[in-house]
Design a protein. Sequence first.
Length: 430
Amino acid sequence: MTTLYRATFLHTPENPFTHAEALRAEADGGLLVEGGVIRARGAFTDLSAAYPDAPVTDLRGGLLLPGFIDTHVHLPQVRVIGGLGLPLLDWLDQCALPEEARMADVAYARGVARDFTRGLLGAGTTTALVFGSHFAGAVDAFFEEAAKTGLRAVTGLVVSDRLLRGELHTTPERAYTEGKALIERWHGVGRALYAVTPRFSLSASEGILDACAALMREHPGVRFTSHINENTREIEVVRELFPGARDYLDTYERAGLIGRHSVLAHNVHPSDRELGVMAAARCTAAHCPCSNSALGSGFFPLRRHLDAGVHVALGSDVGGGTGFSLLKEGLQAHFMQNLLPGGVPLNPAHLLYLATKAGAEALDLPEVGAFEPGQQFDAVHLAPAPGTPLDAVFRNATSPERALAAAFATGTPGDVARVWIAGDAVHTRD
Ligand SMILES: Nc1nc2[nH]cnc2c(=O)[nH]1
Ligand SMILES: [Zn+2]
């Protein structure tokens, strides 16, 4: 099936942190999509002349962007968004972990997976690196829900063997056998990919990190994700638990877990050595600005990451974060860099890149992240309801870039009118 989409569209096929003019915009643009793949892109008049028989879907009056890519979000935390006012370790004990224990019940986990997937798609997120659950049945339920809805999900069993609560602990042996079974069942099936996921070094012994490394070695192509350097108290505890490690990163590095397919969430308090190793390994820091603010974790040192050459993408970190919208994460990143002495001034091109193409790079998914011919048509149509302030800005914007800035400043999931993955409509606003 072929469709010619007519829209004001923007995308960032190049990295604006390293390329001038990275923001590409077409005020009256056309995207020819065939079988879910973008075949041609340009001015609408040119495309309609070249493909006069293609049925046109008219999306004028809003903005069409590549689907958002969330590189850090927790499946079992959708129902506990909003536990404000606690630092990380207290928030885990009081808000997150009691809810995560409920995921032992697969029927409960299925409901959570539905709420979670709906939250992602409704915010315009089409690909997500998801911290799964400590329970294999819940991870299965989420893979099933993602397959049903079309979401591109990269996820896995979260493993820990200390300092959480008993129900959430496993053993290195079980972490390995359950992880292996899930990889064999799901990795590379449809749009699903597996991510080996020790929760963080605070809750993971060397034995369980070694079990994770065995899974990575034996299954090339699976992704790796964990947390790092989020909170100063957490970092102190990790230092005490790993007296032989040079720093937090080294706890993962020594196990052989750091490489091109590794995504480390937060990294608010890194050392120069850690940044150097992350850059050399070409792994990614998932920046989660709303979470860093809500949990008081600190200001992400974006300048130091960029100067060291570390790739950075964006994560919502629901439920430490405050919701699924990567528009909000972009705005909060912008605010925090504005407030941080020596922060990086972030323009709309940076924000769009962080919310889209940067995530595709992080996950090594060249088929998504922008509107290049040959890429999948994963897209979000922002079309504010008539009479809203964003609608007023869109109607009066002097350029697509101005409208994009306003979308980050004031856009919400309520402005997400329609979302496509591989050309299929996966969310339509009521
Ligand atoms: N923000 C955040 N940090 C973590 N570190 C370990 N677990 C978590 C979590 O669930 N959320
Ligand atoms: Zn997290």
